[in-house]
Design a protein around this ligand. Structure first.
Ligand code: NAD
Length: 471
């Protein structure tokens, strides 16, 4: 395992930060310590755990400026970093509101009059979280908060590409000793992530399909549950009756926000052929108004491409598309500005499913558009993917849009809007195909993933049961 890892700044291209992964022995000791402290944490009442999380929230608010600065250096963008912090803080409050009801035990009569049933659930002792770089704070804490409230201890291995936010977050954690004992972050790359899986009782992984498969294999050997939240190639379908002004504004946001570096970005657009030209010209017009946040953080809406490897993927997919006949209407290349990699909103037509840009995850602000003549054709194109994370359908009649949505193989589908699961985490959903595995990370089910259910079956009379041996 390397002693240290240099971290690149996405705006300057300079390696100006260093992280040090824990040696294997230290990682083992850390996990043992968390596991021991979890016993006391589980014994606290839910109200006591909520109180501790609220204390942490106050400590985070005190560190807000440092946290913002660290996230800006990690990702090169400002307003999304602020949104990320707001969303993180409101998710602490949301889970604190929901948890007491979700953690209630229940007792009921059963189909056998003299057997009562009591249901309870116990937390997995130690949860391991491995997270990506695109929303570093949000995706390293989205599972941690419900897991902690459920009574688990949690250890997080965030991405080595955007790890600066960990220092201010740890300062806030250290201010709350009861939480610090059961919740921590470790730095490191893939090897540290892989090593962590050996010590935990449940794994939440967010990242690529390729890594997800490796993580699932290690977890399977140990028989520990694993929840995988992986990549996507989200389609948007725009039917003939759709409100084009609304559809183009929603799709532009859904495809381009955070420079397209979101698992639930719209990455392919299928538009009814009768409105195709009008849709393209409206979208291009709007896309051209979006500016890069360069040279300053406030110069525009779009930050740099955070991971250098991603800039290479976007370039390769654009070249492949143009080689195979695609037409670029705006944007169209990855540019180097001040040492960072940037990409303007890009609209492409004359695309098809032989191109990587229509089939592989891009993770950039790219909007390839294909016409369709029949709704069935649009549904087939949308489902012609190894992915099934989310999707959008636009139509004048929500009923018609819902009918189409029913036939799309994806877990979260926005109707007459885009990427709503980024904003609202209330609806339970599962990933389809290679976009993931396991229970819903959203809605009430998210917290229940961290508990093992127990059924107490209680005999309430003193007579012999009819199915026992005759005496
Ligand atoms: P990645 O798979 O390269 O890395 C994710 C994490 O896994 C990192 O922390 C990395 O250090 C760690 N890792 C790498 N190799 C490992 C191994 N062998 N064992 C254990 N851990 C290992 O992904 P990325 O490039 O950081 O993130 C981008 C991907 O994440 C995209 O595919 C995106 O769609 C996906 N993503 C999915 C969601 C979702 O909710 N479905 C959300 C955000 C991002």
């Amino acid at each position: 395992m390397p002693n240290s890892i240099d971290v690149r700044n996405p705006r300057t291209g300079k390696f100006d930060y260093v992280i040090i992964p824990p040696p294997p022995k230290l990682l083992a000791q850390l996990c043992n310590r968390l596991r021991r402290a979890q016993v006391r944490w589980q014994q606290l009442s839910i109200d006591e755990r909520i109180e501790v999380l609220q204390e942490w929230k106050q400590a985070i608010l005190a560190e807000r400026d440092r946290l913002t600065e660290a996230l800006v250096n990690d990702t090169g963008r400002l307003s999304i970093s602020e949104m990320e912090i707001d969303s993180f803080i409101s998710s602490i409050d949301r889970w604190c509101r929901l948890a007491p009801d979700l953690l209630q035990d229940s007792a009921k009569n059963t189909s056998i009059p003299f057997i009562a049933l009591q249901q309870t659930a116990v937390p997995y002792p130690l949860v391991g979280i491995i997270s990506p770089w695109n929303f570093p704070l949000l995706l390293s804490t989205i599972d941690a908060i419900p897991a902690l409230l459920a009574g688990c201890a949690v250890i997080v291995k965030p991405s080595e590409i955007a790890p600066r936010f960990v220092a201010p977050l740890m300062t806030a954690l250290n201010a709350v000793p009861k939480l610090r004992d059961v919740f921590t972050f470790i730095e490191g790359a893939g090897e540290t992530g892989a090593a962590l899986i050996e010590y935990v009782d449940l794994v939440c992984f967010t990242g690529s399909v390729a890594t997800g498969r490796k993580v699932a294999e290690i977890a399977a050997k140990r028989f520990v549950p694993v929840f995988l939240e992986l990549g996507g190639k989200d389609p948007a379908i725009v039917l003939q009756s759709a409100d084009l002004d609304l559809a183009t504004s929603a799709i532009l946001w859904g495809a381009v926000v955070n420079s397209g570096q979101s698992c639930l970005s719209i990455e392919r657009i299928y538009v009814a052929e009768s409105i195709f030209n009008k849709f393209v010209s409206l979208l291009v017009n709007k896309a051209q108004q979006i500016k890069l946040a360069h040279p300053t953080l406030e110069s525009g809406e779009l930050g740099p491409i955070i991971a250098e490897k991603q800039a290479a993927i976007i370039s390769d997919q654009l070249l492949d598309a143009v080689d195979k006949g695609a037409m670029i209407h705006c944007g169209g290349k990855v540019e180097e500005l001040g040492g960072g990699w940037w990409c303007r909103p890009t609209v492409l037509t004359k695309v098809n499913h032989t191109m990587k840009i229509m089939t592989e995850e891009t993770f950039g602000p790219i909007m390839p558009i294909m016409p369709f003549s029949q709704i069935e054709e649009a549904i087939n194109l949308a489902n012609d993917s190894i992915y099934g994370l989310s999707a959008s359908v636009f139509a004048e009649s929500p009923e018609l849009a819902l009918e189409v949505a029913q036939q799309i193989e994806a877990g979260g589908i926005s109707i007459n809007d885009a990427a709503l699961t980024a904003i609202m985490h209330e609806g339970e959903k599962n990933s389809f195909k290679f976009s993931g595995l396991g229970g819903s990370r959203m809605g009430p089910a998210a917290l229940k993933r961290f508990m093992r259910k127990k059924a107490f079956l209680i005999k309430t009379n003193s007579a012999n049961n009819p199915w026992w041996f005759d005496e």
